[in-house]
Write a protein that binds this ligand. Structure first.
Ligand code: ADP
Ligand code: MG
Length: 238
């Protein structure tokens, strides 16, 4: 049976705006995330998508509302942004190993695990490369590996492929699906691309033009194993 990972109730976020007004970036959002589901958010610019992710990542406080975790204790989370935010003075492998080292795992073990991730993302040979020498796609692979090495219960992706060209985007989406099928962590991903959402998501949440509200929620039902090679035959229903 499906299990809730978290439940968001009545979540609102206001920002101070010009001339003393307030801007309602999120307006009473209710949302449940199932354990292990892949949910995508689409919606216009400025509709509050990033605000929701930043609140879930604990980098922003909501103005009101609650987030309840099913196990009644905080869960582990990692977030990836459009810009990979790699540390420029760390190599590829050092960037991936960093979260483990911050957790206190000895360097040699952290590097060992990071090496396994380097292979999973197909960057063998680039271990000791500096971030500025990577293509945009490679840098995002490193950012995703650096998030996943932490084995987060919730992976938050904020337009992770937004800065990449169409071909690289598609390739990265298929790779992400392959990785997710191995680890089955819960993912909440913001994307501008409807085709990306349909390829990846179990459920697509649509934010509306009026900022801060989910206007639609589409369940995508797959009548087949989620094999990326068969994606062209994907059927989905509302
Ligand atoms: P999206 O990610 O959907 O493009 P955002 O969540 O980034 O939208 O922003 C929603 C609204 O909140 C926008 O109008 C934006 O300008 C505003 N906003 C976001 N962050 C801040 C902030 N730190 N201070 C003031 N306004 C903000
Ligand atoms: Mg955004």
């Amino acid at each position: 049976m499906e299990k809730n990972l978290l439940s968001i109730q009545n979540l609102s976020k206001c920002f101070p705006a010009e001339n003393g007004n307030t801007l309602e970036a999120l307006d009473s959002i209710d949302l449940n995330l199932q354990d292990g589901e892949f949910a995508c958010i689409i919606g216009p610019s400025g509709s509050g998508k990033s605000t929701l992710l930043r609140i879930l990542a604990d980098v922003l406080e909501p103005t009101s509302g609650t987030i309840q975790y099913a196990e009644k204790k905080p869960i582990t989370k990692a977030i990836v942004f459009q810009n990979s935010n790699l540390l420029p003075w760390y190599t590829v492998i050092q960037n991936i190993a960093l979260p483990l080292q911050i957790q206190g795992i000895p360097k040699i073990m952290a590097i060992q695990q990071a090496q396994a991730w380097v292979e999973k993302i197909g960057l063998q040979g680039f271990e000791n490369e500096w971030p500025q020498n990577l293509s945009g796609g490679m840098a995002q692979r490193v950012a995703i590996a650096r998030a996943l090495i932490q084995k987060p219960q919730l992976l938050l992706l904020d337009e992770p492929f937004g800065a990449l060209d169409a071909l690289t985007r598609e390739q990265m989406s298929i790779e992400l699906l392959g990785t997710w099928e191995q680890i089955h962590t819960t993912v909440l991903m913001v994307t501008h691309s409807i085709s990306e959402a349909v390829l990846l998501a179990d459920r697509v949440l649509v934010f509306g033009h009026r900022p801060g509200c989910i206007v639609n929620s589409l369940e995508i039902q797959f009548d087949r194993p989620r094999n990326p090679d068969l994606r062209d035959t994907a059927e989905f229903t509302q």
